[in-house]
Write a protein that binds this ligand. Structure first.
Ligand SMILES: Cc1ncc(COP(=O)(O)O)c(C=O)c1O
Length: 460
């Protein structure tokens, strides 16, 4: 008798519990998982505002901001948090952070305009990035914002704008150095090959430029905190050179890149990533504040330390609520569910194992769990929210909570196949809509059909 066909051997996958899952409320644990405010009924929120639904916790956002700020506070150093707008520029989120005292870090004229419309004083806006138009430079420098110059072409453009400005143009330079495996050398002037020094010489030769800041940003979800130690040393070396040229930097800006409570998929994590002892930001603060405290004189005695966190302060303040629209049993891979939100709303699902939780009715499943793949609604095989996650048995209509989606989900969400959902903020007055659901009319609002192709008119 022929042997029955055997499945090829698959090695078991072991995923240890995250540190934050074991202990939720560690002192000053900036990346602690803030979770969902249990006092709100998820099915009711979905019924009232539609599914899927982004939910921002205002209290969590404020808490994350305050923890971050306090972690990097040190006597003799003026710490300023310039929130990285691109991480999530929902105006209500920016407004909450500004109320907390955050400055704005912007990387385009569009973001600059938003910061100004939220009444950010120009002096509290840091303009970074590798591409700023002449008009954007004119506006930002003319209003008194700080521009961190990225390259020689931009230095030339800034010089021309500054020469006609009638007020000193506040500038800094972004530097890079060899980070090792982290490839963030696209930005700024290289410190090791002398480019940063040459840029400083040119700045020193122009009285219309007011040199204030040295900037570096060394990656994103940066788990090697030692890189911040190397960054601050490179910034200090550059400050020495600037002083020798007669320049007087007083700002040191180490950018963002601090991790959140999300978990990278093993393929993107450090080899020993899951063995990390803690998720606190103390080692990062030590790596930066220690050397800076010793080099204060190079920054005029009391340096202004600017940090530009994005994901560390918004990621775990936002959750996505969605609903199961179908359940399946797939040969060779087992149970699967289709949810009404997918990688169109959570593009970070490509590299994070986002926390997925089921909203359980008491006693419904008696603690039973099964392994399931959670797919999104797009007509694409790669639309997978989570693979092999243990959940109670799910049925159509059940809500799911996708955790920690505040960073780079809403700003990078796709207008692809599905319109974008509403976002609510849970604040002191209860749930408030901070972005309404997108309609088909919004979706196609920019499109036009030439008259010759409109036999039946164009209505939406
Ligand atoms: C210059 C700069 N600052 C801040 C950030 C924010 O990074 P993160 O969200 O990793 O903190 C970025 C993101 O890439 C950046 O390029």
């Amino acid at each position: 008798m022929a042997e029955p066909a055997r499945k090829p051997y698959e090695a078991p996958q072991i995923t240890p519990l995250t540190f934050t899952a074991v202990s939720k409320h560690l002192n000053a644990d900036i990346s602690a998982d803030t979770g969902f405010d249990e006092s709100y009924e998820i099915p009711e929120l979905l019924a009232r505002f539609g599914s899927p639904l982004f939910v921002v916790s205002e209290a969590a956002l404020r808490g994350l901001y305050r923890n971050f700020r306090d972690t990097f506070t040190e006597p003799g150093i003026e710490t300023r948090i310039a929130y990285s707008y691109k991480t999530n520029y929902l105006p209500a989120i920016c407004a909450v952070l500004h109320e907390e005292g955050a400055w704005a870090e912007v990387v385009s004229g569009l973001e600059y305009e938003l910061a100004r419309s939220l009444e950010m004083p120009p002096e509290e806006i840091i303009f970074n990035g590798p591409y700023k138009t002449r008009e954007e430079l004119q506006t930002a420098l003319g209003q008194g914002s700080l521009v961190n110059i990225d390259n020689y072409d931009e230095l030339e453009a800034v010089t021309q704008v500054a020469n006609g400005l009638g007020r000193p143009a506040r500038v800094g330079i972004r530097i890079n150095f060899s980070y090792g495996p982290a490839p963030w050398t696209k930005f700024g002037f290289n410190e090791e090959n002398g480019d940063a020094h040459t840029a400083l010489e040119r700045i020193a030769g122009n009285k219309n430029l007011k040199f204030e800041s040295l900037h570096n940003h060394c990656g994103t979800f940066q788990l090697v905190y030692d890189i911040y130690g190397r960054a601050i040393e490179a910034l200090i070396r550059t400050a020495k050179k600037a002083r020798e040229l007669g320049l007087e930097p007083h700002i040191v800006d180490v950018g963002g890149g601090f991790p959140s409570s999300n978990r990278l998929k093993p393929a993107f994590d450090l080899p020993e990533g899951h063995n990390r002892k803690s998720d606190t930001l103390f080692p990062y603060a030590e790596a930066i504040l220690g050397p800076l405290s010793k080099a204060r004189e190079l920054f005029g005695g009391t340096p202004t330390l600017i940090l530009e966190p994005g994901r560390a302060i918004v990621d775990s303040a936002v959750q996505l609520l969605c609903s199961i629209v179908a359940t399946k049993e797939i040969p060779d891979s087992g149970k699967a569910v289709v949810a009404d939100g997918g990688v169109n709303l959570v593009p970070t699902a490509y590299w994070y194992d986002h926390k997925v939780s089921h909203v359980e009715t008491k006693g419904e499943n008696d603690g039973k769990l099964e392994m399931v793949n959670v797919f999104g609604p797009l007509c694409m095989q790669i639309d997978v929210l989570r693979e092999n996650v243990m959940l109670p048995p799910l049925k159509t209509g059940d809500p799911l909570v996708i955790g920690n989606v505040g960073a780079y989900c809403q700003t990078q969400s796709m207008q692809f196949i599905q319109a974008r959902p509403a976002t609510i903020m849970l604040g002191p007055d209860g749930p408030e809509v901070i972005r309404r659901q997108e309609t088909a009319a919004d979706f196609f609002a920019l499109d036009q059909v030439p008259k010759r192709l409109r036999s039946n008119g164009w209505k939406l």
